[in-house]
Design a protein around this ligand. Structure first.
Ligand SMILES: Cc1cc2nc3c(=O)[nH]c(=O)nc-3n(C[C@H](O)[C@H](O)[C@H](O)COP(=O)(O)O)c2cc1C
Length: 159
């Protein structure tokens, strides 16, 4: 079954972008089409497009979304579009050294999309920069399982 995935990248120093690129390489097999978009200059209208979305974002400041994700996040909060047709996943990046705000970038998007009616596919995953696990390896491994769930959801006609 043909499936289109859009990976939306929030990043400060490029790690989330690397994860997205590796996932695109691993998961785009022609039948599943994967497109990576940096969040810069996106607004909530991106969610009116077809397909399933994968939020791939790190965390900065005191548990904030990265600067390039701020406009999209704030636009969603201000406009509050009905996203009940949207399915999404979250690959979050953070560092457990920031114990109080670990992975809050992905968490914030997850909570907001949920509030707006979007339905998550699978669990929100949290990479920990302090763990020694390579983020791009975790992303591709996790992505394979997530794509399988996304396909199941699409085949069940609920995407
Ligand atoms: C100044 C600064 C603040 C950060 N704040 C947090 C935070 O509040 N919570 C968290 O989980 N990680 C935090 N991190 C860790 C980053 O999210 C993590 O290193 C991530 O892998 C960076 O990904 P990026 O290169 O895509 O931006 C912070 C990192 C820096 C340098």
């Amino acid at each position: 079954m043909h499936l289109k995935i859009r990976i939306l990248v929030g990043t400060m120093t490029g790690t989330a972008q690397l994860c997205a690129q590796e996932m695109e390489l691993a998961l785009d097999d022609g039948e599943t089409q994967v497109e990576t978009l940096m969040m810069d200059n996106l607004d909530s209208s991106v969610f009116s497009g077809e397909g399933v979305f994968l939020i791939c974002t790190s965390t900065y400041g005191q548990g904030d979304v990265p600067d390039n994700a701020r406009a999209l996040y704030e636009d969603l909060k201000a406009r509050r579009p009905n996203l009940s047709r949207v399915r999404y996943g979250v690959f979050g990046l953070g560092d457990r050294t920031y114990a109080e705000t670990f992975n809050f970038g992905g968490k914030r998007f997850d909570e907001l999309l949920g509030e707006l009616g979007a339905r998550r596919i699978g669990e929100r995953v949290q990479h920990d920069a302090a763990s020694g696990v390579l983020p791009e390896e975790m992303a591709t491994e996790w992505g394979e399982g997530w794509i399988a769930l996304a396909k199941e959801a699409a085949e069940a006609g609920v995407s």
